[in-house]
Design a protein around this ligand. Structure first.
Ligand SMILES: *Cc1c(COP(=O)(O)O)cnc(C)c1O
Length: 444
């Protein structure tokens, strides 16, 4: 294991990254192709990444950083896993895209339907992103039920489709954007909102309007306002309520799928939704999304049924090779118990350090997802999460970056471990956090 070296010392991007970011801002809005990558809420310029391997990324300024972003979730095997890279190279040599059916699509569909409980005996359709998956799943749910309203929870993020950009988490939360400009009022009038983890609010809404509701979509473990697990019994009760009202329950497992267990959050909690959306890990670092579930519902999808959804590059052979190899490796050697142990060690260690340095800290963790909220209260929903001291998070973030640890640049994001984050990497991270927290405490 090579030691961390030549970190960018002051928590800022190095000279080459700053130069590239200046150039990027001239031709790309904000210099980034997805808003979460900008450093608006933590200050400074983002380091530009040149390459990544295992638990590390290397910047254009040659800083080696321990990575807890994991390309926002997909990198559960660590970066550039040799078997995944080899599968991609092999697929690429045979042609990048055909727009015709391929063997790989059958293999990945069979594997997904076997691994994800709600798709067993059901069907799955591949697309190119998590956004496409959630957007399409809700269209199918509307087509299936003949109803138009959908329900989402405050602070959850389901991609950037118009109807879902209401009280959305992730980058929208970080930038304090309640919805988005450019979304017509008429598109969001059918999106109903309830607080996360409030089963009474959900029950009341369903009692009042259940007959008009096509789908309830949730992140079964929310990752996009930081990691906020479901309260005990919440998922079970939601399952009963939606089943009784004929509402399609959609688990958005774009983040949690293949991360929290082989079968995602639904397997971990033993609650089976009607439909599931996937992304991130299912593409193994390439752009893949998927949605699927009950056979009677998925039979509505064209060309079998009347709900149209399509994609020129859907099921792309190179992307499928990355996803299929990733899923096969997770299946062959399930890393979940070991990931859980290491993540607990990191989360507990961070909590102990925060206590020692007298910093407010509320740690949440499920499987290999974790967040340290800078506050003393428990975090069970978006309002709770927003009580965090984001200025203090910003200071901590910069101190960690200065010590060679690359975190998501927002209090409202989860951190991710990969199987490449071994005990030594975690100990290096805790040593960095000790120094970072001491500096934050000294500056208070
Ligand atoms: C990342 C994410 C999405 C959006 O996926 P993209 O591939 O970025 O479009 C949707 N839902 C959840 C829960 C996510 O974490």
């Amino acid at each position: 294991m090579s030691p961390v070296h030549s970190a960018p010392t002051d928590g800022r991007a190095g000279a080459r990254s700053r130069e590239l970011f200046a150039a990027a801002q001239r031709t790309i809005p904000g210099g980034v192709n997805s808003p979460v990558r900008a450093y608006k809420s933590v200050g400074g310029d983002p380091p530009f990444v040149r390459r990544a391997n295992g638990p590390y990324v290397w910047t254009e300024d040659d800083a080696q950083l321990i990575d807890y972003v994991g390309t926002w979730g997909p990198a559960i095997l660590g970066h550039a896993h040799p078997e995944v890279v080899e599968a991609v190279a092999r697929a690429a040599r045979d042609g990048l895209s055909f727009g015709a059916p391929t063997r790989g699509e059958v293999e990945i569909a069979e594997r997904i339907c076997e691994m994800v409980p709600s798709m067993r005996g059901g069907m799955v359709r591949l697309c190119n992103s998590g956004t496409e998956a959630t957007m399409s799943a809700l269209r199918v749910a509307r087509g299936f039920t003949g109803r138009e309203k959908i329900v989402k929870t405050d602070g959850a993020y389901h991609g950037h489709a118009d109807m879902l950009l209401v009280a959305a988490g992730s980058g929208a939360a970080t930038l304090g954007i309640p919805g988005s400009a450019g979304v017509p009022k008429n598109v969001v009038v059918d999106t109903l909102l309830v607080p996360w983890n409030d089963i009474d609010a959900m029950a009341e809404l369903i009692a009042r309007q259940g007959h008009e509701i096509a789908a309830v979509i949730i992140e079964p473990v929310v990752g996009n306002m930081g990691c906020v697990p479901p309260r005990p019994g919440y998922l079970e009760r939601l399952r009963e309520l939606t089943a009784a009202a004929g509402i399609v329950l959609v688990f958005d497992e774009v983040m949690t799928g293949f991360r929290l267990s082989r079968g995602g959050a639904q397997e971990r909690y033993g609650v089976t939704p009607d439909m599931t959306t996937l992304g991130k890990i299912v593409g193994g670092g390439m752009p893949v999304g998927a949605y699927g579930g009950r056979r009677d519902i998925m039979q509505c999808v064209a060309p079998l049924g009347p709900v149209y959804q399509a994609g020129t590059l859907s099921g792309n052979p190179v992307a499928v090779a990355a996803g299929l190899t990733t899923l096969a490796l997770l299946d062959r050697d399930p890393p979940y118990a070991e990931l859980e142990r290491r993540t607990a060690k990191l989360c507990d260690g961070l909590g102990a350090l925060a206590a020692r340095h007298g910093l407010p800290w509320s740690g949440t963790r499920v499987g290999s997802m974790l967040t340290g909220f800078f506050q003393t209260g428990e975090v069970w929903n978006y309002d709770d999460a927003k009580r965090s001291d984001t200025a203090m998070f910003g200071a901590y973030f910069r101190e960690m970056l200065a010590r060679g640890v690359y975190l998501a640049p927002s209090q409202f994001e989860a951190g991710f471990l990969s199987i490449a984050h071994d005990d030594e990497v975690i100990e290096q991270t805790l040593a960095a956090a000790d120094g970072a927290m001491a500096a934050v405490a000294a500056a208070r």
